[in-house]
Design a protein around this ligand. Sequence first.
Ligand code: SAM
Ligand code: SF4
Length: 341
Amino acid sequence: MSDTSRPIPRLLDPCLRQITYLRVSVTDRCDFRCVYCMSENMTFLPKKELLTLEELDRLASAFIGQGVTKLRITGGEPLVRRGIMNYFAAMARHLESGALKELTLTTNGSQLRQFANHLYDCGVRRVNVSLDTLNEAKFKRITRWGRFDQVIDGIDAAQDAGIRVKINMVALKGTNEDELETMVRWCADRGMDLTFIEVMPMGDLGNEDRLDQYWSLRNLRLRLNEIWTLTDLCESTGGPARYARISETGQKVGFITPLTHNFCAGCNRVRLACTGRLYQCLGQKEEADLRRVLRENPQDDGPLIAAIHAAIARKPKGHGFDYAHQTVSGEISRHMSHTGG
Ligand code: SAM
Ligand code: SF4
């Protein structure tokens, strides 16, 4: 029997959802300290806990061999990991073979000036940049260590390199509520789509309070409706985002609302943490230690592929986040920066 007649492997979970999208957190480190993501004196994992770039390659390649067609590199801040461009260059071979349809990343934008052209050369055509405000002082308050100009310069560099930029804005009560219109117009003027994200209860934040930060996207959308005409789009990326088009600006806006809607029915993704733990659902404790399998079988991918299938067979039906009744429940103690946002 020839290779071409062999069935293409598929990763199917118990709800018969096909897993085609892998997010890989390549580091838990970051050059920012966003108030909703980590405390200012965040303790990072010991280096030995992190997968090497070679191990990350082996793992991602195993997933791609089992039918994953979209790979998003995230973190922490992926572009602060030393040697990360070698990793992108290595993953580009899967784009060239046709196994991978998209290689992309989520970044805070601080290092884009340095890396945008390399990323383009590695086949990256779209990138998500997180930016919650256009006000420099507020930016400092939110990111604590970030430099606003550097991020804007990074976005310029990405666009100049031919990479399409989408902005991710976390909706923060009392912080960026007043910038809704400005942000939509700014993105439209620059030809960028915009996705709003509800704060999720992940990680220990020190003195920050989740409920203080939480601004429901239901209210945000009502505000948008007062200014513009929004038409819902049917398209789904298999993730939590729902999309609409603003008639007046022509741009697409996304809403990631894990707390006010259930988005799990069509979920097509899993997350690989920088430690090699696979999280089948962002909002559940379910996990699988793929690093152990990987290191115990340095020459043979068979056990790793079996472990991946076994983990997918345990993918939960949905997350447990809930802010009902003004309390935070379903909270997850691990940080978004370990798991990869
Ligand atoms: N450092 C990169 C960045 O900021 O884009 C990539 C990693 S970051 C964890 C990925 C995304 O998660 C960002 O858009 C960030 O705003 C979002 N995020 C972090 N903590 C969050 C939380 N508790 N709730 C909702 N979104 C969060
Ligand atoms: Fe860093 Fe991204 Fe977390 Fe901000 S959201 S602290 S940029 S990992």
